[in-house]
Design a binder for this molecule. Structure first.
Ligand code: SAM
Length: 225
């Protein structure tokens, strides 16, 4: 059955790939990868030998039609990103939209993504939440934060380690001193840690060292007064 599969891959620990993800990667006619070197390491680890083509933010606009045509001609295509679920702060959306427009089958396998473990282990309400992903780095950042100040649901942010303190300072400024945050760093990896407290407490905690690795910040929504 020709189809576009979006295949989640581990966010650190290589054991976090599902049996079905491995089977689909083995069955695919072509694997599309954000960075072919990163994906080749994963495929070598699982002894999967398949053609791998680059599909990243710099070429996806040009190649979506070509790929959709391959699926239309009967091929099984698997899209992976460097880590986690394609389409979640990673390329994927454009290709999904193009395939659906052409009436092609699209299936995203369930699997690793960084925001779910960070959210669930934050201790903040996870029955209703907003995935913000990366804030704009410059233009639009303050406007976005201002618009989130009234948000009642738990908010999930992706952030780079060198902007962590800046983001926590901004949360303090826009959301107030009482808001709880949970910062998860290096999920599933050797130096995994989750710090829970206020923005101020998190600033104190992370200011004592050089922050490295990948980070998800979960922020409590505004509570009714
Ligand atoms: N597609 C990925 C997913 O499903 O989570 C996200 C890719 S995005 C380019 C990379 C960001 O995801 C990182 O900057 C970090 O915010 C978050 N992330 C990825 N792996 C992580 C990990 N092991 N621990 C904490 N955050 C992680």
């Amino acid at each position: 059955m020709s189809k576009l599969y979006l295949v989640p891959t581990p966010i650190g620990n290589l054991e976090d790939i599902t049996l079905r993800a491995l089977r689909i990667l083995k069955e695919a006619d072509l694997i599309l990868a954000e960075d072919t070197r990163v994906t080749s390491k994963l495929l070598n680890h699982y002894e999967i030998k398949k053609p791998v083509h680059a599909h990243h933010q710099h070429n996806e606009h040009k190649t979506v039609t070509f790929i959709a045509e391959k699926i239309a001609s009967g091929q099984i295509i698997a899209l992976v990103s460097d880590a986690g679920t394609p389409g979640i702060s990673d390329p994927g959306f454009l290709l999904v939209r193009e395939c659906l427009k052409l009436g092609l089958d699209v299936e995203c396998l369930p699997g690793p993504t960084a925001f779910v473990p960070a959210l669930v282990q934050s201790g903040l309400p996870c029955d209703s939440f907003v995935f913000v992903g990366f804030l704009p780095q410059k233009k639009g950042r303050q406007t976005k934060l201002k618009s989130l100040a009234e948000e009642n649901r738990t908010m999930v942010f992706y952030e780079s380690p060198h902007r962590l303190i800046k983001a926590l300072e901004e949360f303090k400024e826009h959301f107030g001193l009482e808001r709880k945050v949970s910062v998860s760093r290096e999920l599933t990896k050797m130096f995994e840690e989750t710090f829970r407290g206020t923005s101020d407490e998190a600033i104190t905690h992370f200011s004592t060292k050089t922050v490295k690795g990948e980070i998800v910040i979960v922020v409590e929504g505004k509570t009714e007064e």
